[in-house]
Ligand binder design. Structure first.
Ligand SMILES: [Zn+2]
Length: 315
């Protein structure tokens, strides 16, 4: 049986990091290095490794043509562009109905008009998912969501908090704490109980799941764990036949000067760009061994096409 792997890159703009730290955002309509330089570096890397990837884009930065240009190039190269909300509110779950829907719809409109492709997938900012989001995505005809983190989330959040301390921006992940752990392979959603398979048209492509590993397949976390612990994950990955969904961020390939100016204090991002580029490449090469790459959209499509709908389980 063929084994699959997906690379996803969340294009959180520089302004999202500034706002999260109480600093003034860049002026609206200005070039954002995540959508220009960082995206270009990811495109070079994916071209070298023949990886069709999924970029989750915000809507607001696309008002600047220079920010949209990289995504137009990405679509031409065969990559997918998904919806990551309009302005990246980490408190998405706390917004009222109108504001919540606007976050999804404005981003979709921006991607359609500025990039020329209609997104069929969504990833919630900060993984802070809400049932209303899933209902709205289903009504809008989306194919999949990729925001659920099917981990033993409560114990792992405690570990995250220990590792990241005050840098973990609450209410990031908070939307998931109310739900039990779901499947780690793609499944059709039960909108009333998103942690279990149902019969709806909307798929969940669980985010960063490896099946055997208690933490997300997130490059930032990979950096944080260091090469030794990350090496354990790399040895475990071949043991699971389930698809791997890797999570990266545009800022992973940012210029040293930009990261220094942002002073994020994130482990791994203090390494020079050359070393980070090597690490990203290794992350992709090692986890991709013996697997075929596809976009999240294509993973959801092929799961639907071959009818791999898991039967509902009692939970
Ligand atoms: Zn994000």
């Amino acid at each position: 049986m063929r084994r699959w792997i997906c690379a996803s890159v969340d294009l959180d703009p520089v302004s999202a990091y500034l706002i999260r730290r109480g600093r003034a955002p860049a002026p609206a309509g200005s070039a954002d290095p995540v959508y220009t330089d960082c995206l270009e570096r990811f495109l070079e890397l994916f071209a070298a490794l023949s990886i069709p990837a999924t970029f989750f884009s915000l809507g607001a930065p696309l008002a600047a043509a220079c920010n949209a240009a990289g995504l137009i190039q990405a679509v031409r190269a065969g990559h997918e562009v998904g919806n990551h909300s309009n302005s990246h509110p980490n408190d998405l779950r706390l917004l009222d109905d109108g504001a919540l829907r606007a976050e999804i719809d404005l981003a979709e409109q921006a991607i359609v008009t500025q990039v020329g492709t209609r997104p069929v997938g969504f990833r919630a900012p900060g993984w802070n998912l809400d049932r209303r989001v899933l209902v709205h995505l289903a009504q809008r005809g989306y194919l999949y969501d990729s925001s659920l983190v099917p981990l033993p989330i409560k114990p792992s959040l405690a570990l995250w908090k220990r590792l990241l301390g005050p840098r973990l921006p609450w209410p990031m992940l908070a939307g998931q704490l109310r739900w039990p752990r779901g499947p780690t392979a793609p499944y059709r959603l039960d909108l009333e109980r998103p942690w279990r398979p149902g019969r709806g048209a909307l798929w969940e492509v669980p985010c960063g799941a490896a099946g055997l590993w208690p933490l997300p397949l997130n490059l930032s976390l990979h950096h944080l764990l260091g090469d030794g612990l990350a090496g354990i994950l790399e040895r475990l990955a071949p043991l699971t036949a389930q698809p791997l969904v890797l999570v990266m961020h545009g800022l992973d390939l940012a210029e040293d000067e930009l990261l220094h100016a942002l002073a994020l204090g994130k482990a791994g991002l203090d390494a020079p760009l050359g070393l980070r580029r090597t690490r990203v490449r290794r992350f992709l090469e090692v986890l991709g061994r013996g697997r075929s790459w596809c976009s999240l959209r294509d993973l959801a499509v092929q799961r639907g096409a071959v009818g791999l709908v898991e039967s509902p389980r009692g939970r």
